[in-house]
Design a protein around this ligand. Structure first.
Ligand code: GLN
Length: 490
């Protein structure tokens, strides 16, 4: 591994601004690292070498002109392939978007470019972000840099694996039910889902619009805060984007956790939790107490309903969002016949060929839940229970400033292990989904390794727009431990 790619994003930015290193050298170092690791990891769906080198040279011109205000200027990053980036192939991990080239930049991508970041490429994911292992990608799975026989988690598995493999300084992913935090945990990196509405969803290919959020993956909490600050903010092109000021997320990271109240949800040491994961989380709680935080048990009584509620609401929203893929305006088109004529035949044949098994399952579940006669029994009821899940958190946050738990009940699982049983796959997200239902910010930070040397993630959840407290707690934990420094054997 070359020296440049072993620097954190913060360190690399400092070197670039001190002009000890050029953005072009940094981009070339990362492109070389991609060439070295991709044969094993397959984190990227496309590598944008030409565009990256051009962006790097533009960053060098800004650096040379003395610009030093942006911590991302000249820094090589990459984004999940459900973010539109003008002129690039954007697949969402699906065959149905075959041949689609994004005509514009997603707001998060535009903000990265404006900050001077160099975008190296687009990252692998489960098709339409439906999955927890990246095995549902139509373009083959990503492998976990810690163990190539294990999945990197998902659906943002490419985003997590690229950071772990040092083939990007930081990445963006999306989290609808855990798709940033769970792969971050599996790959031993930091990953954060911000508050719903914190980062604009404009140009993010929709899965479940009331849950989807974009967020960063990075090697340290500071790096994560830097990227979050760059992509956050109000956007008139996303009607659910929050008109809340963006605080300096990287500014008070070192303030510590003295007196911070840490809630430990009684319901979160769920059945099926690996004892090694539980031990690592309990050790993390002791670390936080040692730093002056006060741990207290809290209760989130509706936790057991979060997963069933999610698997009504997310497929319902998906069935509506995915209705646009009909072969007419973009993506894959297959001709076909049907009893209603060739137009319906074309719709059916395009969808049959373009969507994978899991996406079809979700569309059917969602269409059923929304169908007349079942709407109230499923969809309306699930919405009501979603409110109860949110209220659990509101009550818990009267006693606690942040909530701590494992990110996932187990470490990374083997490729293929959960593919035959959707429910076992869905259970990977049992500890992350409640936070999406309630719209809360949550982070996963490395908190140890299992005896099989696979990373374990600690989840820290905060109040709405409480990103600073979450980051501060995560930074305190990271500062007191060495888990984030462990390197995958790749
Ligand atoms: N694994 C969950 C699902 O399959 C969450 C996915 C996500 O957050 N995008 O729906």
């Amino acid at each position: 591994m070359n020296e440049i790619v072993s620097l954190t994003l913060h360190e690399l930015g400092q070197r670039l601004r001190a002009r000890e290193l050029s953005a072009e050298e940094a981009a070339r170092a990362y492109l070389a690292r991609i060439a070295e690791t991709e044969g094993k990891v397959h984190a990227y769906l496309s590598v944008l070498e030409k565009e990256a080198l051009e962006a790097a040279r533009a960053a060098d011109r800004r650096l040379k002109a003395g610009e030093n205000g942006s911590p991302l200027l000249g820094v090589p990053v990459a984004v999940k392939d459900l973010l539109c980036m003008e002129g690039t192939r954007t697949t969402c991990g699906s065959r149905i978007l075959g041949g689609f080239t994004a005509p514009y930049d997603a707001t998060a991508v535009a903000l990265l470019k404006k900050a001077g970041a160099v975008i190296l490429g687009k990252l692998n994911m489960d098709e339409f972000a439906m999955g927890s292992s990246t095995e549902r990608s139509a373009f083959g799975p990503t492998r976990n840099p810690w163990n190539l026989e294990a999945t990197p988690g998902g659906s943002s598995g490419g985003s997590a694996a690229a950071v772990a493999a040092r083939s990007a300084a930081a990445t963006l992913g999306s989290d609808t039910g855990g798709s940033i935090r769970q792969p971050a945990a599996c790959c031993g990196v930091v990953g954060m889902k911000p508050t719903y509405g914190r980062v604009s969803r404009y140009g993010l290919i929709a899965f479940a619009s009331s849950l989807d959020q974009i967020g960063p993956f990075a090697r340290t909490v500071r790096d994560c805060a830097i990227v979050l600050a760059a992509v956050s903010g109000h956007d008139p092109r996303d009607s659910t984007s929050a008109d809340e000021p963006v605080p300096g997320y990287a500014e008070d990271l070192d303030a510590g956790v003295k007196g911070m109240r840490i809630g430990i949800p009684r319901e979160y040491f769920v059945e099926g939790t690996d004892p090694e994961v539980e031990a690592a989380v309990r050790a993390a709680i002791r670390v936080m107490e040692g730093l002056g935080a006060r741990a207290e048990e809290v209760s989130l009584p509706h936790t057991e309903y979060a997963l069933p509620v999610y698997y009504i609401l997310a497929p319902a929203e998906a069935s509506s969002n995915l209705a646009r893929y009909d072969g007419v305006r973009y993506g894959l088109r297959e001709e076909g016949e049907s009893e209603y004529g060739p137009l319906f035949g074309m719709y059916a044949a395009s969808r049959e060929a373009g969507f994978g098994e899991e996406v079809k399952r979700r569309i059917m579940l969602g269409t059923y839940a929304l169908s007349s006669g079942y709407y109230d029994a499923y969809y309306t009821k699930a919405q009501r229970v979603r409110t109860l899940v949110s209220r659990d958190f509101q009550a818990a946050f009267r006693k606690a400033d942040v909530i701590l738990s494992a990110t996932a009940p187990t470490a990374a699982f083997r490729l293929g292990e959960r593919m035959a049983d959707p429910l076992s796959m869905y259970l990977s997200d049992i500890l992350t989904i409640p936070c999406n239902l309630a719209g809360l910010p949550g982070i996963s930070v490395p908190c140890g390794l299992t005896s099989a040397r696979l990373p374990i993630g600690l989840q820290i959840v905060g109040r709405p727009f409480g990103e600073r407290e979450v980051l501060r707690a995560a930074a305190a934990f990271e500062g007191a431990t060495a888990h984030h420094r462990a390197l995958p054997p790749l």
